[in-house]
Design a protein. Structure first.
Length: 340
């Protein structure tokens, strides 16, 4: 008899976020921006799910909807087995401790009027966990965990480098001992050498604390380094979902192939077939019928222009939404993460 699978830290099913478009003095709704249009995934304890795609595909909206920073239009969000999709502010408060976020721009996400120690200690005060000397001791421990000196607690954000500011953001995210951390392009604003330091720090913290990461990025080299599984988004939907090794070795969706072909290889002897995508990303206000990628797909078929492919499991653990790959097994409504 097989042991029961562990309950995922985060389980998202059919998530949608449509922003209304208003016009005129009466603010009539004349349309919607389909920012996220039916996204499903799950993340286990100690696992990182990388979410990749071009700018404007809906990655950051997924992050904010998962954290209930924006209200989802549809779908369900389950945190540790509890459905938090429709909980009110007071009901959400205990769940806020379970999930935190690290933003893209560390300077913009830090209050310039507060010292670094006050910034990291604020969540502990807000949730009534510590105060006074106990608070200072906990903040000093958090500083040490992210590679900062405790005496730097008195400094202000402008006195730190970009990498140090992001370490402060990570320390703040760790303060409440969360199970899930959403990382919204946390290293894209940093120098390459500093990116490696921050990524390695996050990997070490994950191993130590068994954290679950939703890691959003457009740099595939970074995603390959830190992720266990990868979901590829295009125009508000996931088009491919697989473990890291499978996706980089044998991408199935033409969009994934194009993304991987665009990654530079620092070896002039390596030759690869270039797959330059034609045209621009369609507007999420008026997405094309059928497969959203068909206007730019080099392998488009007539069927693609009228019928949207479902995200189906082609082989165990590998999902793709493409008519080129018909499912050999019954479609799964939710890509289930394997244990890390």
């Amino acid at each position: 008899m097989r042991p029961a699978a562990p309950t995922p830290v985060l389980e998202v099913s059919g998530l949608k976020k449509h922003f209304p478009l208003h016009k005129g003095l009466l603010r009539r709704t004349v349309g919607h921006v389909y920012a996220v249009d039916g996204v499903s995934f799950s993340i286990n304890e100690g696992e990182t799910l990388g979410l990749v795609g071009e700018s404007g595909c809906g990655k950051s909206t997924v992050a904010r909807a998962v954290l209930r920073l924006v209200e989802p239009t549809g779908g369900t969000i389950t945190l540790g087995g509890c459905d938090i999709t429709r909980l009110g502010k007071s009901e959400m408060r205990p769940h806020r401790r379970e999930m935190q976020i690290v933003f893209q721009d560390p300077f913009a996400s830090l209050d310039p009027r507060m010292s670094a120690g006050d910034i990291v200690g604020e969540p502990l005060m807000v949730h009534g966990i510590a105060k006074g000397e106990a608070l200072k001791a906990m903040v000093a421990t958090l500083f040490d965990q992210v590679g900062l000196r405790p005496e730097q607690m008195r400094a202000f954000p402008h006195e730190f480098s970009g990498g140090q500011r992001q370490r402060i953001c990570i320390a703040r995210a760790l303060a409440l001992n969360p199970r899930l951390i959403v990382c919204d392009e946390p290293v894209s604003a940093l120098d390459v050498s500093i990116q490696a330091q921050v990524i390695n720090l996050m990997v070490d913290l994950q191993r130590e604390k068994r954290l679950a990461y939703l890691f959003i990025a457009h740099d595939l080299a970074v995603v390959e380094h830190i992720s266990h599984r990868i979901a590829v988004m295009y125009l508000g939907r996931i088009v491919e979902y697989a473990d890291k090794e499978t996706l980089f070795r044998r991408p199935l969706h033409p969009y994934t192939e194009a993304l991987l072909a665009a990654v530079p290889i620092p070896d002039p002897k390596v030759k690869r077939v270039k797959r330059v995508l034609q045209g621009d990303v369609p507007s999420p206000i008026n997405p094309p019928p059928g497969c959203a990628f068909h206007p730019r797909c080099p392998r488009v078929m007539d069927r693609c222009r009228v019928q949207a492919p479902a995200l189906a499991e082609i082989e165990p653990g590998t999902f793709v939404a493409c008519h080129l790959h018909e499912a050999t097994t019954s479609p799964s409504p939710l890509p289930i993460a394997r244990s890390a």
